[in-house]
Structure formats: structure tokens, C-alpha cells
Design a protein around this ligand. Structure first.
Ligand code: GRF
Length: 201
């Protein structure tokens, strides 16, 4: 079934773009019905507006309680027709107000091989730790920080002379590949969550 995607993004929006490109190429059966950002200057909003997708800035200053903020976000996303949410570089922790409004239908992309290096600055964490491989993870979102059941991962090497930027660029390419793939699996109804595990049917 065609996914009606609500995308939450705080920044540049290259993953949003990868999703839009996959839709255009016929690789992803989805429609982005709204892009919502906590930051007015997020380039992701501009990318959406350019395509005529409703682009909404929801200022955190107007909703000091995170629950109230997420209640409002859920209301806006629902009224746009969203049935699935994608966190694509969304730099806020979400609350039960969003989780309960879209149960089992919220997906996040994280630039490390979870459960290693959750949270901010994943690339720096990976380099500082000295891992030889890192990568990215697409997962369902639960109440924790980058902790929900894993749908897809991709692995890249970490080179001795890598810095955050070179590693991030290598990982980003893989993010843009596996994110639309994971969403397409969801669109095809092929993902089943069993405890911590996601079964791909
Ligand atoms: C990506 O690295 C994603 O994994 C992380 O935030 C970054 C967002 O990049 N959650 P973009 O805004 O999609 O370009």
C-alpha cells in the first residue's frame, strides 16, 4: 500500500531527497504528504516547498512541553494524511504523543551500526573508539534513544586517515540506499516486529 509519509527533519534533508528520488524513480511506493521541522532554516523545508509538499515549521518555543509539541505535530501530520513517519535527521527526542499516534509506524535513520554509538556525533564516537567498520541503521522508533527494532543496516570501512567528514560521506551514500529500501519493505507489508527482531517476509 502506498505509504503516506510525514517526514520530520531538522537539517539539510539529503535523506528526504533520497526518498523523493526513489519515489520518482518508481523504486518506492510512497507519497510525502508533509515535511515538518523544528527549525525554520532547515533546508529540508525548502526541498519540500520546491516540490509543492506542505512544509511546516513548528517552533519549539511555542510549545515548551515536549508532549504538547508532539501532540501538535501529530495533529498536523495526521491532518495531512500521514500514516507513517520518517525521522530524517530530526534532532529531537520524540514522546509518547507521537509514538501513540503512529504505533509501529515511525522509522529513523542513524549513521552508526546500532546499538553502537547512539545519540549525537555518531561518526566522531566511532572514530574515537577506533572501530574498523561503521555504517548506518534504519530502525523502528521506540521510547528509547536510537533503540528500536532494526530493519536494515549497511557496513562501511573506517580508514586510518578518516575524519568525521570523510566517514560521514561514505556512510551517507549507504543511508541514501537503505532508507528507501526499508521504506519499500514497509510499503509492501513485509516487515513484522517480533520482540526486538524485525522479520522480513
Ligand atoms: C544523517 O546522517 C542521519 O543518519 C542522521 O542525521 C543526518 C541527516 O542528514 N540522523 P540529512 O538531513 O538527511 O542530510
Amino acid at each position: 500500500m502506498t505509504l503516506k509519509l510525514g517526514v520530520l527533519a531538522s537539517g539539510r534533508g539529503s535523506n528526504l531527497q533520497a526518498v523523493l528520488d526513489a519515489i520518482d524513480a518508481g523504486r518506492l511506493d510512497a507519497q510525502v504528504v508533509m515535511v515538518l521541522s523544528n527549525r525554520q532554516d532547515a533546508p529540508a523545508l525548502e526541498r519540500a516547498a520546491l516540490r509543492g509538499i506542505p512544509a511546516v515549521h513548528l517552533p519549539p518555543s511555542e510549545y515548551p512541553q515536549r508532549l504538547d509539541y508532539d501532540r501538535k505535530a501529530a495533529e498536523l501530520l495526521k491532518s495531512a494524511g500521514a500514516d507513517t513517519l520518517l525521522l530524517a535527521g530530526y534532532m529531537r527526542l520524540i514522546t509518547t504523543a507521537l509514538l501513540d499516534a503512529f504505533p509501529g509506524r515511525i522509522i529513523n535513520i542513524h549513521p552508526t551500526l546500532l546499538p553502537a554509538f547512539p545519540g549525537l556525533h555518531g561518526h566522531r564516537q566511532a572514530i574515537d573508539y577506533g572501530v574498523r567498520f561503521s555504517g548506518c541503521t534504519v530502525h523502528f522508533v521506540d521510547e528509547g534513544l536510537d533503540s528500536g527494532p532494526i530493519i536494515l543496516q549497511a557496513v562501511v570501512p573506517v580508514h586510518p586517515d578518516d575524519n568525521e567528514d570523510t566517514l560521514a560521506a561514505r556512510i551517507l551514500k549507504e543511508e541514501h540506499r537503505i532508507l528507501p529500501e526499508a521504506l519499500q519493505l514497509l510499503a509492501e507489508g513485509r516487515l513484522r516486529i517480533e520482540g526486538r527482531r524485525v522479520i522480513i517476509e
